[in-house]
Design a protein around this ligand. Sequence first.
Ligand code: SF4
Length: 256
Amino acid sequence: MKTVYGPVPSWRLGASLGIDPICQRKICSFDCIYCQLGKTTELTVKRREFVTVDTVLTDLKEALQRVTSICAVTFSGTGEPELASNLGELIIEVRKVAPKDVPVVVLTNSSLMNQKQVRKDLSHADMVVAKLDAPNRQLFQQISQPHPSIDYHEMLDGMRKFKQEFTGKYTLQMMFTQENKNFAREMASRAKEIKPDDIQLDTPIRPSKTLPLTPQEMMEVKKHFNEFNTISVYEAQKVKAKPINPKETNKRRPLK
Ligand code: SF4
């Protein structure tokens, strides 16, 4: 399995070359009800090395020779990037190889951000997109289905701390589903506590077990976020990107 895939068309980042620091069956600290990768096969919070830095750099150099233009290099893939114990080193080394004008981004579910070492690892990125899908513990359990050791309020605390420490761009990503669509005001209050640079308002339009909200419903959600710089999935420009390896890409980004 290659550690580099895409580029994929990301409504948030443009043509994004993906780096998968997990690179196995889906291993995550959550089992989100809308996950496009299906059921979590290993629900864990234990950090470990899944792929070596050398493997990623070899795959990345090969991919960069084959792509014409990209807008971002993004850590994401078959599970939660924070679980990779070598994430910090991976970001540092990828930053040296990636084109200078292209941001190195990490997409994370924020679950381990309350750990100092995880925040230190993430701090090497140019941009971190941190997920928060629930305004309270009960909805967190229902939507994110986290590992039993993850405490909602400790996670929030980690998200706030990381905002204070991080000098790069901090984007909050909120996924709206039938379960939390009536809690947009409470979600906006949580966002106020975290103070992100901007917010991506999302709904699962990719294949998943959960039905997305309609554009009308997302407009209603957005009304609660007036004081933030927001982008909503239905308002984003369409992006085109041709993956260099469709089979590898489809493992992380299943087609409709
Ligand atoms: S955090 Fe991401 S990879 Fe993990 S279950 Fe949720 S959507 Fe899937």
